[in-house]
Design a binder for this molecule. Structure first.
Ligand SMILES: [Zn+2]
Length: 110
């Protein structure tokens, strides 16, 4: 997927992706591209559906990193004695997590 990189016309800095979230006032906001310059208010909107997809991708990556570490620790805790045993246990936990994640996290949103 080739993302067109946009820049702030004032600072000529590459815009940063800001994932969707909830403002301090408690309002939901869509993902958008913003200037990395702190006081600059320049931003470009992302269509809601695409913004949501990109935000979820970021979340998924973070969640996967955590699951990776957790699965490796669990395999060691249980007492994997060889590389093959470790791989087997690790894969088991990762698959388990994947199913759980799709069912409980991804399906919640729609
Ligand atoms: Zn700017």
């Amino acid at each position: 997927m080739n993302e067109i990189v946009k820049a702030c016309p004032t600072h000529e800095l590459e815009l940063r992706f800001i994932p969707e979230g909830i403002s301090k006032a408690g309002n939901r906001y869509n993902a958008f591209y913003g200037c990395p310059e702190k006081l600059c208010k320049y931003s470009e909107n992302i269509p809601e559906k695409k913004g949501h997809f990109l935000s979820m991708q970021g979340e998924h990556r973070r969640a996967k990193e955590i699951a990776y570490g957790g699965s490796a620790n669990r395999a060691i805790e249980i007492g994997a004695k060889s590389k093959a045993e470790f791989e087997e246990m690790f894969n088991y936990f990762m698959e388990h997590w994947q199913v759980w994640y799709v069912k409980n996290v991804l399906n919640e949103e729609d």
